[in-house]
Ligand binder design. Structure first.
Ligand code: CA
Length: 248
């Protein structure tokens, strides 16, 4: 598994690289947003938000616009808004400095498991085999009907992580897909906030719970009708097919 570390401060990058190497990760290190955007394909990106040439949020957005590569933000900033914006533009998780290498490795494994469950097991396989495809899914040749769930005009393909609405493909971030898949695993049922955070994020997720609301809002927007995801006040969320929507 090859990681791309984007961090301008060598005093932070050095120990991170050493630690990750000990755990068997190959790490490419760049020190600016521009070099992050011109770097070759990685299996996961560790992205410092405070970069000398660009705002890390913009780097995150640009990476996400062209790739589904998992992104973990590394931030020294204490403001919750930066993290929320980062998650909204497509980052999968974040770590606040200072953090230990064991915590970092746990996050990397959790994010990898969530975004690419089929590549779950080995962490030290050849990089070519595990490289994240930037354009097409490796499952493109497989039967499309396997693992496909239909809910009214919505189809969710858990094998390819593809979602369409009225046959129109939706571009979801990894987190948005996981959130939708979780809600769709039992349509109509109320999924509690904690249940969703545990499943879609991490059982040890201690981040702001507003993150969940940000993702729900983004997903509603992309689904084109807020009625898809009902808020059950004080408890959580429920997926329902809108009855009187434009799709009915
Ligand atoms: Ca920095």
């Amino acid at each position: 598994m090859r990681l791309l570390l984007v961090e301008d401060d060598d005093r932070i990058a050095g120990p991170i690289m050493e630690g990750l190497n000990r755990y068997g990760f190959a790490v490419d290190h760049v020190r600016s947003g521009a070099s992050a955007l011109s770097a070759s394909t990685a299996d996961l990106v560790l992205l410092d938000l405070g970069l000398p040439d660009m705002d890390g949020i913009d780097v995150c957005r640009a990476l996400r616009a062209r790739s589904t590569v998992p992104i973990i933000m590394i931030t020294a900033r204490s403001e919750e808004t930066d993290r929320v914006v980062g998650l909204e533009v497509g980052a999968d998780d974040y770590l606040s400095k200072p953090f230990g290498v064991r915590e970092l490795v746990a996050r990397i494994r959790a994010v990898t498991r969530r975004t690419h469950p089929e590549r779950h097991a080995p962490l030290n396989t050849g990089t070519a085999a595990t490289a994240v495809p930037l354009q097409s899914s490796p499952h493109a040749q497989l039967p499309q009907e396997r693992g496909v769930q239909r809910l009214g005009p919505l189809t969710i393909n858990r094998r390819t992580r593809g979602v369409t609405i009225n046959s129109r493909p939706l571009t979801l971030t990894p987190k948005e897909f996981d959130l939708l898949a979780q809600l769709a695993s039992d349509p109509g049922a109320v999924h509690s906030r904690q249940q969703i955070l545990d499943t879609v994020w991490d059982p040890n997720y201690f981040g702001p719970t507003r993150t969940l609301d940000v993702h729900v809002s983004a997903l509603r927007r992309k689904l084109g009708d807020p009625a898809w995801i009902a808020t059950v006040r004080g408890i959580g969320f429920r997926l329902t097919v809108p009855t009187d929507s434009a799709y009915a």
